[in-house]
Design a protein around this ligand. Structure first.
Ligand SMILES: [Zn+2]
Length: 338
């Protein structure tokens, strides 16, 4: 499916994320000095632009135009590669999100062989890649979800983190320094990214289509996560399916038992499809947001039921069964209100 033009333009690798002017100004200042730090931590919540900022830093650090201000020139050879998402001086690593069988893995971890050479491990780990001279000016190595570095992986990488090669920039992405091992956090300069105020409105400013109304009720609106909203727009059909699965289940909660269980079955199919497609938020995420209308105590109980359902699915329980149990519990909670 073709992505809305404005959303994909904003999403293009190499362009700065929007709504993060303060963080970008700090990054630009840090990078403006040749003696500035070369190990950075981009800290903040999910989907607010940290990864986009890391790619932008790579584009900016390698742009061949003399002074490109806050925007890479977009026209030079390096910028064209950055915008195409194929820059040779950018390498991003992160924890494996699936097992070989394709099921969601429960304990995400960045392995030591992703960072340093190990027999039988990754063919091109990050440390030797950083040690190789760049094609342009700066090799940018991004460690996404750096809070999932295990101790041995972190220890093997500390020396590089302490003193990266002169042409290298290491960018960690994590919720904050407190989420990292202290030895890792102490070697990085932290730049904070905040939730974007009025993320939905700003998507509109950026020229996103009128269909943004369909995103009301998306958790990313409340959480200020433009990245999540852009992704939802790019995958409009799946977004609409997840959203309506949640709405239909809520509508059926007040009906008779058979109606509710029928809705639970349809909901389970939608949940299974979203898991298959690694879609986020799936119907459960939309449901979590939509149930916020409940009184606080009931909402807390509903969250417990949602958590239990997600845990059961992660532990490979039958999705239809987990969704039926959830539906019965939500039905009880919503009936209690009347
Ligand atoms: Zn350029």
């Amino acid at each position: 499916m073709s992505a809305p033009a404005a959303a994909s333009r904003r999403h293009a690798p190499g362009l700065p994320p929007f709504g993060q002017d303060a963080a970008l100004a700090v990054l630009r200042r840090l990078r403006g000095s040749s003696t500035g730090p070369r190990s950075l931590l981009l800290a903040g919540p999910e989907h607010v632009g940290r990864r986009q900022a890391a790619r932008w830093l790579c584009a900016l650090s390698n742009c061949l135009a003399p002074d490109s201000g806050l925007l890479p020139c977009g026209a030079c050879e390096s910028c064209r590669l950055a915008l195409a998402g194929t820059h040779p001086d950018l390498k991003e690593i992160g924890p494996a999100t699936t097992t070989e069988a394709g099921r969601a893995k429960r304990n995400l971890e960045i392995r030591i062989d992703q960072l340093v050479a190990r027999e039988g491990g990754e063919p091109e780990p990050l440390a030797p890649w950083l040690a190789t001279r760049p094609r342009y000016r700066t090799r940018v190595g991004v460690i996404d979800h750096a809070d999932t570095l295990n101790t041995s992986a972190a220890n093997a990488f500390l020396k590089v983190l302490e003193e990266p090669p002169p042409w290298a920039l290491i960018v960690l992405v994590a919720p904050g320094p407190e989420a990292l091992l202290p030895t890792v956090a102490s070697r990085c300069v932290t730049v904070r990214f905040a939730a974007v105020e009025d993320a939905l409105g700003r998507l509109g400013e950026a020229g996103a289509p009128a269909a943004t109304g369909d995103l009301s009720g998306h958790p990313g609106v409340r959480l200020g996560q433009p990245g999540a909203l852009i992704r939802a727009l790019e995958d409009a059909d799946a977004t609409a399916a997840a959203r309506s699965a949640s709405a239909e289940l809520i509508a059926a909660l007040t009906g008779d038992l058979l109606t509710a269980l029928g809705a639970a079955e349809a909901f389970a199919k939608a949940v299974a499809a979203s898991l298959e497609a690694a879609q986020e938020p799936g119907p459960l995420g939309w449901l979590r947001e939509a149930l916020r209308y409940l009184p606080a105590a009931d909402y807390a109980a509903a969250l417990d039921a949602l958590d239990a359902c997600e845990r059961a699915i992660a532990a490979y329980a039958q999705v239809p069964l987990a969704c039926s149990v959830l539906t019965l519990e939500l039905r009880r909670l919503t009936a209690d209100r009347g």
